[in-house]
Design a protein around this ligand. Structure first.
Ligand SMILES: Nc1ncnc2c1ncn2[C@@H]1O[C@H](COP(=O)(O)OP(=O)(O)OP(=O)(O)O)[C@@H](O)[C@H]1O
Length: 264
């Protein structure tokens, strides 16, 4: 993936084992967001493939990837703030709908059955996340940490096989971070989903990840277990000599003169 003359991603390749938490890390500007956007279909890379359970989804638009079982959250919360949590979650079910607009508008039995199923699924997901009490609240009235949970709930309402989380604990306090960590491990352990986690919070990554891919300047410099990655000289060098386990603070900026474009 290139922007102008900048190779934001160069020959990056990795596989996510089903049912595992896979972290994608690297210093600022390493290419994590670009990679996330290529996987979710926001960007189309100039070369390479994105495979989901062996199916080539490289050319699929984001909504089609969602239909194939790929769900995501956003770095900045993207919810309908003036709608209730329940309605936000119901919207996520729409792409699964089979009844069609005329049947829904006319309130035909098929549409009513579908609506009942969607409502039941929304309640089930809210229970799993622990936000049942907030279902009738407007999103904008909720604390930041709860809004982030609603984002995860919305993603789960699409019945995904893989959940992609873009910096899920950015801006969270310690309590909220701990809660999100618990949720991500339950998504893996109890729902059996695969999770791809792009995150700067190294404490969280080291706590949750089964495997880690490390990017630096658009290239993959390491891929392995937590222990392997922590001991990798290339990783230590990329993080400017800071032992990876200790880098819970914001990461140093990797600067390149030719990189003057702003990121998302
Ligand atoms: N839309 C864009 N236009 C031009 N260059 C871009 C664009 N998006 C990213 N880049 C460049 O691609 C490189 C990788 O950026 P990217 O945002 O993917 O890194 P990152 O690892 O997610 O960084 P951060 O941790 O700061 O979010 C950077 O040099 C960045 O300047």
């Amino acid at each position: 993936m290139t922007f102008g003359g900048v190779h934001a991603l160069d020959n990056v390749s990795f596989s996510i084992t089903p049912g595992s938490v896979h972290a994608l890390i690297g210093p600022n500007g390493a290419g994590k967001s670009t990679c996330f956007n290529v996987i979710t279909g926001v960007y189309t890379a100039a070369a390479g493939q994105v495979l989901l359970d062996g199916m080539d989804i490289t050319r699929d638009r984001p909504h089609r990837r969602c239909r194939h079982g790929m769900a995501r959250t956003f770095q900045n919360i993207v919810l309908a703030r003036d709608m209730t949590v329940r309605d936000n979650l119901l919207v996520a079910r729409h792409h699964l709908g089979r009844a069609g607009i005329p049947a829904t508008a006319l309130g035909l039995p098929a549409a009513r059955r579908e609506r009942r199923r969607d409502l039941a699924r929304v309640t089930e997901v809210a229970d799993f996340i622990g936000i049942t009490g907030a279902l009738d609240d407007l999103v904008r009235t909720l604390p930041y940490g709860t809004q982030k949970q609603v984002e995860v709930a919305r993603a789960l309402c699409t019945d995904p096989r893989i959940l992609l989380l873009d910096e899920p604990v950015a801006g969270m306090n310690d309590g909220e971070t701990e809660q999100m960590a618990g949720l991500v491990s339950r998504v893996r352990d109890e729902l059996g989903l695969s999770v791809l986690l792009v995150e700067h919070h190294m404490g969280l990554v080291m706590q949750l990840a089964d495997r880690i891919t490390v990017l630096s300047f658009g290239r993959r410099i390491a891929d392995g277990t937590v222990t392997e990655v922590q001991a990798d000289p290339a990783v230590i060098e990329a993080y400017l000599g800071t032992p990876v386990a200790d880098t819970t603070a914001p990461q140093p900026n990797q600067t390149r003169e030719k990189h003057d474009a702003s990121t998302n």
